[in-house]
Design a protein around this ligand. Structure first.
Ligand code: IPM
Ligand code: MG
Length: 364
């Protein structure tokens, strides 16, 4: 029987609660589909700062590197806000992405029919939305130099640099075009080329790489307009190709089409090596430890891990179908609850999903 090694990074806040749910479901779905998973927990983020004084300990990085896939829940807490930047949980996450070479971040936004009423947006706007944000993840203003803070002539100045090498744009553009070719064949590249030099290079390179993918229709959109179009007419988008910062912002916005940021999974991939799979939401310290978290983005990230990281398509589909059926059955965590639906805690949601998985498998 094939065994895959999974490095589990539960992190902070609601991380451990949603990780417990995902782990249990992965155990069940793998045994139903004839493979096994060997999980190893490692400290990361604030949890690692508490345990070893740094957000990404060498042993955690090594475990991530040598795994078949890495499943991460969430990191961060206001408790660490006053620490110097190199000691903050977020710095550990950026270092992990960078060290593993995970330059391509895939954030799919698909509106499940059961959740059409859960969004703050009208049903007529969100019905049928099926888009994918392809976010560049190891460059741009998150990593550009020079950066820092100086004090001169009595004035304090802080700065970052938004920069891309042409080859960094080329490789993320290729990922975007290839994914568009496997979907509806439309790639919309997001930039601010009317103002930023870095965006002008971005646009030139995207156009150059387009020649390798003649079947894909390419369009360009300024980021401010993209933010507007996402809530005005989101169905127009198939694949949205974005830089690191623009993708961070637009993917939170796009998440709200689905009703809750607690629904959106992601995959971060490099050239070979293990992928990192994580919900796009944060660690929600305000509800941590109260069994209130929505574990579905984590469960859907586990499904992406099965599909992309382990090539276990059937198991991925089974997990996604269980999520669909539980929502169709009217079960909701607090973030998605409305009159007429049944409210469940995080743990109970996990148990529902497990019952669905097992019942469905028995019926086929
Ligand atoms: C995300 C998060 C991270 C980011 C934070 C936690 C560093 O917001 O994955 O979208 O900005 O990339
Ligand atoms: Mg974000």
């Amino acid at each position: 029987m094939t065994t895959y090694r999974i490095t589990l990074l539960a992190g902070d806040g609601i991380g451990p609660e949603i990780t417990a749910v995902a782990r249990r479901l992965l155990e069940v779905v793998s045994s139903l589909h004839g493979f096994s998973l060997d999980f190893a927990d490692h400290p990361f983020g604030g949890a690692a700062i508490d345990a070893c004084g740094e957000p990404l300990p060498a042993s955690t990085l090594e475990a991530a590197r040598s795994a078949d896939a890495v499943l991460l829940a969430a990191i961060g807490s206001p408790r660490y806000d006053s620490l110097p930047r190199e000691k903050r949980p977020e710095t550990g996450l950026l270092a992990l992405r960078s060290e593993l070479g995970l330059f391509a971040n895939l954030r799919p936004v698909k509106i499940l029919p059961a959740l059409l009423e859960a969004s703050t947006l009208k049903r007529s706007v969100i019905e049928g939305v099926d888009l994918l944000v392809v976010r560049e993840l190891t460059g741009g203003v998150y990593f550009g130099t020079p950066k820092g803070r100086i004090e001169a002539e009595g004035r304090v100045r802080a700065f970052n640099t938004m920069a891309y090498f042409a080859d960094e744009v080329d490789r993320i553009a290729r990922v975007g075009f290839a994914l568009a070719a496997s979907r509806r064949g439309e790639l919309c590249s997001v930039d601010k080329a009317n103002v930023l030099d870095v965006s002008q290079l971005w646009r030139e390179r995207v156009e150059a790489i387009h020649e390798e993918f003649p079947s894909v229709r390419l369009s360009h959109i300024y980021v401010d307009n993209a933010a507007m179009q996402l809530v005005r007419a989101p169905r127009q988008f198939d694949v949205l190709l974005t830089s690191n910062l623009f993708g961070d912002i637009l993917s939170d916005e796009a998440a709200m089409l689905s009703g809750s940021i607690g629904m959106l999974p992601s995959a971060s991939l490099g050239e070979g090596g293990p992928g990192l799979f994580e919900p796009i939401h944060g660690s929600a310290p305000d509800i941590a430890g109260q069994d209130l978290a929505n574990p579905l983005a984590m469960v859907l990230s586990a499904a992406m891990m099965l599909r992309i990281g382990l090539q276990q398509e059937e198991a991925a589909l089974a997990l996604e179908a269980a999520v669909d059926r539980v929502l169709t059955g009217g079960f909701r965590t607090a973030d998605l609850w409305s009159e007429g639906t049944t409210k469940l805690g995080c743990r109970a949601m996990g148990e529902r999903l497990e019952a669905e998985l097992v019942a469905h498998m028995a019926s086929v």
